[in-house]
Design a protein around this ligand. Sequence first.
Ligand code: NAD
Ligand code: UDP
Ligand code: UDP
Length: 308
Amino acid sequence: MVTGGAGFLGSHLCERLLRDGCDVLAVDNFYSGTKDNVAHFMGDPHFELLRHDVTFPLYVEVDEIYNLACPASPIHYQRDPVQTTKTSVHGAINMLGLAKRTKAKILQASTSEVYGDPEIHPQTEDYWGHVNPIGIRSCYDEGKRCAETLFFDYYRQHGLQIKVIRIFNTYGPRMHPNDGRVVSNFIVQALRGEDITIYGDGLQTRSFCYVNDLIDGFVRMMNSPDEVTGPVNMGNPNEFTIKELAETVLEMVGGHSKLVFKPLPSDDPKQRQPNIAAAKATLGWEPSVQLRAGLHDTIEYFRKFLQV
Ligand code: NAD
Ligand code: UDP
Ligand code: UDP
């Protein structure tokens, strides 16, 4: 079962699991995902799509749960912040209750946002984070932190088999053109010849992982020995400023877009880079797709999708 299965990452994960020979149940309420993301395997008899909101109980029989349900882009998770916290917290309780009853293994898609605006760099899993509890990003950051707490309490109290991964910025085909995250925004703007909107001075950094690399990490984590619970960082350690990203996208797309500077949203982290030593050591995982190669495929996807 993949919650958030009609989203960007969820749809790629469903596709990979179907390819591996699994029966896949995708659960989604279509808050930020769409049926279009899974349309091309809707006819597969090994795939089922269920419209359901994980903040409500769910009784199904499954043996592995990938819990991805939660809007990931700031503009989407801030549109209904109360629902975002409910999705993370009530959703985690329900999915953990389901895992407890069915004795399923359960993997949580956590996030680098648990580190907040980090004071140590790069971030390792033992860093507890620097998070504002009452800001506009808190519904997501604190919701995901509480979900991690619940995972580890169900592990200690009820002996559940848990797997927690902390995902750093990931991009690729099938992001929604209105997703609002930086890579899709810049590509869509460049393809349409619109201004490229850099928030702040563009010197803040992020590290960008291509979706296929991350999906491989998901499956390796689920298949890891029982004692591997995480949390494990997953992302590409190559770090870029947002301005560098804008320049690279513009150079690759071509065209005449201008770089324009807009106000920086509050609590926007200044830097972010994963330390992935734990994923390398325990899972033998590291990303192999570098930024330009991943951008190339993503640009081609959007060119076709937008017909430009
Ligand atoms: P996305 O918004 O494309 O996908 C999230 C999916 O969850 C959507 O299909 C949405 O409709 C669904 N959803 C939201 N609330 C739900 C609810 N209450 N019940 C059922 N379904 C619900 O985002 P994504 O990038 O695919 O992210 C997937 C997961 O990975 C999220 O949990 C996110 O926090 C995590 N993550 C992603 C990134 C990244 O860079 N892509 C980074 C860190 C963490
Ligand atoms: N739950 C669910 N599906 C199941 C089992 C449980 O959705 O198959 C939900 C149910 O709403 C419950 C929550 O998960 O409240 C937590 O379950 P747990 O067994 O931990 O606690 P309890 O049932 O005692 O509240
Ligand atoms: N950003 C930007 N222009 C955009 C969208 C985002 O400059 O059109 C910046 C944003 O302020 C942040 C970085 O790019 O510093 C990454 O933003 P995103 O929303 O992709 O992810 P997150 O902030 O959650 O890492």
